[in-house]
Design a protein around this ligand. Sequence first.
Ligand code: DAH
Length: 344
Amino acid sequence: MNTKLNEILTKALEEIESATTFLKLNEIKAFYTGKKSPLSEIMRMLTNATIEEKKTIGAASNRVKQQIEEAISNKRVALEEKEINDKLQAEALDVTLPGYEFKKGSIHPLNKTIEELEDIFVSMGYSIAEGPEVEIDVFNFEMLNVPKGHPARDMQDSFYINENILMRTQTSPVQVRTLLEAEGKPVKIVCPGKVYRRDDDDATHSHQFMQLEGLVVDKNITMSDLKGTLSVLMKKMFGENRKIRFKPSYFPFTEPSVEVDVSCFKCGGKGCSMCKHTGWIEVLGAGMVHPNVLKGAGYDPKVWKGFAFGAGIERLTMLRHNIDDIRNFYTNDYRFLKQFEGER
Ligand code: DAH
């Protein structure tokens, strides 16, 4: 019997020793101390033994059971310690390690231009308007006096989503949205935003770029209000001595329409490579709001007049910083972006 007990003890101790989890340890405990344990089995085998035998073997079996329980409890303590040590090791922090270098970001040059434009116009009493980049054809073209089949649609190759919905090709649909929302009251807004055209990307074209739209509608608006406003804008953007000039142009939603030039800020108008020796640089399109646009949005063109303009934000930024490739704005080269840190 003693040999049997020793065998049980050795086996139990071996199992306890090799246990690496609390789960395993609990299983071992259940097996060796439960009702069906090999020790209980031995006690059952003693039914026919003498009282003396029962006493000695019973006592020996109890000692074995105690030893097993003690080993289990020691192992439990060891496992707990190991758990804590592992955790400490995993969370160890070497405070002497050098830190990671996080590169400091800065506001994107295009956003800087937008912020600056917004400041200029807010200081002149304008509100900032917004509109969706996914637009309906009716607002992007039709209500801007460009019905289906109109040749002006070819000027702006569009990304259509379905027959009636497209990625807006210009910020001008915000004119229509703003007028409809204002319900016959005066309007004075600028709207910066992204626009999309089916162009092949190169140094001066991008299938996605940004515009700033402007719209003023009131009862006594004239072309000189437009000229005065754009003159202030150009002086603030390109320097106090800048002059502007209007050249006749065509946009379906303005009549008359003009192309706006600013006197070259590099040579002051004498002629240089920047202005292609003309002394002038083309910066934006503008005009008096077409009567059809006013009428369509519920404004009587006999009573209400307005001016509008649309400027390319990349173009303005490229001119100011002498950037020769529009793709620089979109390729996120840190060395390019870093140059505009803190600048305005
Ligand atoms: N939407 C025109 C374009 O993308 C730009 C423009 C021209 C907007 C004249 C205007 C405007 O508001 O009056 O080519």
